[in-house]
Design a protein around this ligand. Structure first.
Ligand SMILES: Cc1cc2nc3c(=O)[nH]c(=O)nc-3n(C[C@H](O)[C@H](O)[C@H](O)COP(=O)(O)OP(=O)(O)OC[C@H]3O[C@@H](n4cnc5c(N)ncnc54)[C@H](O)[C@@H]3O)c2cc1C
Length: 377
């Protein structure tokens, strides 16, 4: 009897891992997801802005691959019995488990945010925000990281009748180069996004936000984009996790506490050579999934897997549909002064986003996705 490999989460990382493991090892693979549609999370700001984004059936992405697909919500993992527990179905036994449950919004940092702010991390978040924005009026985006920048630009570009404001505790685009920051600022000026930087939101109310200095800014809708959190499933199952609940893995993506378990994507605390933890992103999730598949196939075949070696290449930021910023970075993700901007950058970003989806059909394409890459040798 061949080993049964169960992959939890059919997002960017899990789908690729399931397909690649089945192809490389020829073993029995089951992919599990709460929903039967593939959610392109990197397009959620477009969905919120009212654009039509087609959600593909996961079964279509798996067509032709020997991967069984189960649609059910994982409610727990019994690590001793090696079983996955579901909301509806019977427990599913595994020999090897790949944990790829992704992340959702972390929006409980200040009083009132859970009650009144709109997070934007998942498909349901985007649908809810889109519905809310039919009201029009003032929109305040909280968070000046890449997600906050993309959301504010998309809303201002697609819905110019909205009055869009962005609030960030640091400088706008703090992690970008000087040239990158200048470009974002120029685009925001052109699109009419009102930026309040170096201020903190202390409270969210039904009618706006209270700032750290006590000022109140009226707003019809507050969008919260300051971070992602991972599900508590790994911690509850007794797997080794870090302070954020991400599963701690070695550089073959294998759990440091349970050798029959692997973790990839946002839900895993993956380290590159030198110990730097990879940030939550498609750019890191796709190569980690491809590497995990190889490590599992190697072990099944009695080979010793190589450790992951990864380098960042660039950060791709959409600024509406007609502009963008490609920020080139060093291997450790720190920015250099080289950027690509304007329509060429928008096209490049669109190419990357399409590539991430196409890789779900053809996992071998991951090696060609020029955002972050496994480094050979
Ligand atoms: C607006 C926005 C823009 C972004 N832009 C970029 C970008 O430009 N570049 C970039 O690199 N990254 C970007 N990201 C981040 C990127 O989307 C995530 O890092 C990526 O989706 C993580 O992939 P994953 O496979 O780990 O998780 P996911 O893609 O979230 O997949 C997890 C899967 O697990 C399923 N799942 C979760 N819980 C359960 C459960 N209990 N039972 C069953 N199934 C479950 C989910 O339904 C989902 O299908 C963006 C994110 C957002 C929200």
């Amino acid at each position: 009897m061949t080993a049964h490999i169960v992959v939890l989460g059919a997002g960017y990382a899990g789908t690729i891992a399931a397909k690649a493991i089945a192809k490389q090892s020829g073993t029995r693979v089951t992919l599990v997801n709460a929903d039967d549609r593939f959610v392109e999370r990197v397009r959620m700001h477009q969905v919120a802005a009212g654009q039509v984004v087609r959600q593909r059936p996961i079964a279509q992405l798996l067509a032709g691959d020997p991967v069984a697909f189960v649609v059910d919500r994982v409610v727990g993992i019994d690590a001793d019995r090696r079983e996955v527990l579901f909301a509806d179905g019977a427990p599913l036994a595994y020999d090897t488990l790949v944990y790829a449950l992704g992340s959702s919004a972390q929006h409980d940092a200040v009083p009132g945010a859970v009650e009144h702010a709109y997070p934007l991390a998942t498909g349901p978040d985007a649908a809810r925000l889109r519905e809310r924005l039919t009201k029009g009026g003032h929109v305040t985006v909280v968070g000046g990281g890449l997600t906050g920048i993309e959301v504010a630009a998309e809303l201002a570009d697609t819905r110019p009748e909205l009055k869009t404001r962005l609030i960030t505790g640091e400088a706008l685009g703090a992690a970008l180069s000087e040239r990158g920051r200048r470009h974002v600022r120029r685009v925001f000026d052109r699109l009419g996004v009102d930026v309040r930087d170096r201020v903190r939101v202390a409270e969210v109310r039904a009618d706006g936000v209270v700032l750290g200095d006590g000022d109140f800014l009226a707003s019809d809708t507050v969008v919260w984009t300051t971070g992602f959190r991972v599900p508590g499933t790994a911690r509850a199952a007794g797997f080794a996790v870090d302070a954020h609940g991400r599963m701690v893995v070695d550089r073959t993506l294998r759990s440091v506490s349970h050798p029959e378990v692997y973790a990839i994507g946002d839900a895993a605390a993956v380290q590159r050579q030198g110990g730097q933890e990879l940030r939550m992103a498609c750019a890191t999730g796709l190569p980690s999934a491809a590497h995990c598949a190889r490590a599992i196939s190697d072990r099944l075949a009695g080979r010793t897997p190589r450790p992951l070696r990864f380098r960042y290449l660039n950060q791709c930021v959409s600024l509406g549909r007609r502009d963008g910023l490609i920020q080139f970075v060093r291997a450790d993700d720190s920015p250099v002064e080289r950027v690509l901007t304007g329509r060429a950058a928008a096209l490049y970003k669109e190419f990357i986003v399409r590539g991430a989806l196409l890789s779900q059909r053809h996992p071998a394409l991951v090696a060609l996705t020029p955002r972050g890459r496994e480094r050979q040798g």
